[in-house]
Design a protein around this ligand. Structure first.
Ligand SMILES: [Zn+2]
Ligand SMILES: [Zn+2]
Length: 114
């Protein structure tokens, strides 16, 4: 997400926030993946979501739009601890994990549990 009240013609790295933890992942040099309409998930949140949903099989079916794909999916979703309205669906967790692993910019790999 973009920080509120920014100059859209002069967006700075610190204006780009993770939708799930509201940290400025970009300016902190953290890996992040962009979804639709400027939504962002950072590597830290993706690790949490992947561990919770994919590895441990937790998560709820939610009737909220996934922040990344902007669709309501009948899939388990991970909720941000920060903002219970901010969810990411299983599909986006997997897609984002694959995209981050492939990215040459970041040293990120999916958690393996244990
Ligand atoms: Zn985050
Ligand atoms: Zn999604």
């Amino acid at each position: 997400m973009h920080r509120k009240g920014i100059n859209v013609n002069n967006v700075q790295p610190e204006d780009i926030l993770c939708d799930y933890c509201e940290q400025s992942a970009w300016s902190l040099g953290e890996p992040c993946i962009e979804g639709h309409q400027g939504s962002i998930v950072c590597g830290t949140c993706l690790t949490l979501a992947f561990t919770d949903i994919v590895i441990n099989g937790h998560g709820d079916l939610v009737d909220l739009k996934c922040r990344m794909c902007l669709e309501v999916r009948e899939q388990t979703s991970w909720r941000s601890k920060n903002d219970p309205e901010a969810t990411i669906c299983l599909r986006c967790i997997k897609q984002s994990a694959t995209a981050l692993e492939k990215s040459k910019h970041w040293e990120w790999s999916r958690p393996t549990g244990g």
